[in-house]
Design a protein around this ligand. Structure first.
Ligand SMILES: C[S@@+](CC[C@H](N)C(=O)[O-])C[C@H]1O[C@@H](n2cnc3c(N)ncnc32)[C@H](O)[C@@H]1O
Length: 396
């Protein structure tokens, strides 16, 4: 039974088509609901199978001609009509919040990305045996690429130049394009052809060309972008997310920005609060946050470098509002308890993982009412989605 006929009934949370073969579930990447295909079984486990499309026999009306010829490097929804990808993401979060957070009727809308192609300001490419590309999902197998439709056009020019160069001594290249461009190379290569296109080049952690940091503009603010520190990958959507955070918090006296990165949210909030305190674990991000404060002439924001879930425990800062924007892992139980002890009137939770969000909201909702959730398509064509949640302290 190497090739089987599969009818796709729906997508799983990772955007893979789901079908059944003799009662056993099969996951088929790139197969869309209501499609029928001949599928090659590539993994056959006791409880599930994974397949690869051989031939699509019945096509969905929602299937689009994709611009990208590559498979399985991250854009799991690349063959689905964009409107339908938004619907998929909205339903996914609604289901996860219901199933794991006991929350219903809280998701309002999903805001699309203004740019659905060329939206990423950062890509990390792997290099193996002198060839450049992305790793195939969950493997170390290289998919060689010439261009990437979600990367900026400048990044694609750089990929072209990289492809023309000898990359035999390189293992990874990161390109950050915020108008100003930084290239971070792990390994050694001739950079003469890159120089005219970029503002900064690092090779093996050493600055070998141009400036230490580049500058990004977002709304009325300017931010330093460094080699290591986190920055949201989609500028249009990042701005919309930050404006929603502001809208959900309103103004106040003291606001705590947990997991503040380079201080982006803190600086947006500084205009509407008397005092802002940001906490971030990455030293370089905190250094950028302090530089960003100066760059934007802001005097009412301070930053602490440390583990947010530990620093918050002995904090003498009575915040009336808290913003939380943690990595995928979400909050720790101790961190949640400390937030509950500070007991701010308002909380805004920004999350890139609905599963950990649902887990954390399930606890927070004992003390806070989950007022509403707005979703943002920060990562078009992937199964990822950004959520912004407004919480308000319950009256005892
Ligand atoms: C999703 S990013 C958000 C950054 C920022 N709010 C923004 O919009 O750019 C999460 C940030 O949390 C930081 N981080 C990860 N673990 C942390 C921890 N335990 N304590 C404080 N910050 C942490 C990461 O370095 C990263 O900058």
């Amino acid at each position: 039974m190497d090739e089987v006929l599969v009818n796709c009934v729906r997508l799983d949370d990772f955007g893979r088509g789901i079908g059944y073969v003799l009662g056993k579930i099969i996951f088929v990447p790139n197969l869309l609901p209501n499609e029928e295909a001949l599928v090659k079984i590539v993994l056959n486990k006791k409880k599930y199978m994974v397949g690869e499309i051989g031939e699509i026999i019945k096509k969905s009306d929602d299937r689009i001609e994709t611009r990208c010829p590559y498979e399985k490097c991250g854009c799991a929804l690349k063959s689905l009509n964009y409107e339908k990808t938004l619907e998929f993401k909205k339903n996914k979060v609604i289901n996860i919040l219901k199933r794991y957070g006991n929350l219903e009727n809280v998701v309002r809308e999903i805001i699309p990305s203004a740019n659905i192609y060329n939206y990423r300001n950062k890509i990390t490419l792997k290099v193996r045996d002198g060839k450049i590309g992305y790793f195939k999902n969950e493997t170390n197998e290289l998919i060689e690429i010439n261009r990437c439709e979600i990367a900026s056009e400048k990044s694609n020019k750089i990929i072209k130049i990289l492809n023309e160069n000898d990359l035999s001594k390189v293992s990874e290249v990161t390109i950050k394009d915020f108008g100003e461009v930084m290239v971070i190379i792990k390994g050694n290569m001739n950079i003469s052809k890159l120089k005219p296109l970029v503002d900064s080049i690092y090779m093996n952690d050493e600055l070998v060309y141009g400036r230490e940091n580049i500058i990004a503009s977002l709304g009325d603010f300017k931010f330093y972008v460094s080699k290591e520190a986190f920055f949201q990958v989609n500028m249009d959507v990042a701005l919309k997310v930050y404006l929603k955070v502001l809208n959900y918090l309103d103004a106040g006296k003291k606001v705590l920005d947990l997991y503040c990165g380079t201080g982006t949210i803190s600086l947006f909030l500084s205009k509407f609060f008397d005092e802002v305190l940001g906490i971030e674990i990455n030293e370089e991000a905190v250094r950028c946050a302090n530089l960003n404060k100066k760059l934007n002439n802001i005097s009412n924001a301070e930053f602490i470098c440390g583990d947010a879930s530990k620093e918050i425990h002995h904090l003498k800062f009575q915040a009336d509002s808290i913003v939380i924007d943690p990595p995928r892992s979400g909050l720790s139980l101790d961190g949640i308890n400390d937030i509950l002890n500070i007991a701010p009137q308002r909380l805004v939770y920004v999350s890139c993982d609905p599963m950990t969000l649902a887990r954390d909201l399930k606890i927070l909702k004992n003390n806070y009412e989950v007022k509403e959730v707005t979703l943002f398509d920060m990562f078009p064509w992937t199964y990822h989605v950004e959520s912004v949640v407004k919480l308000e302290k319950k009256i005892n």
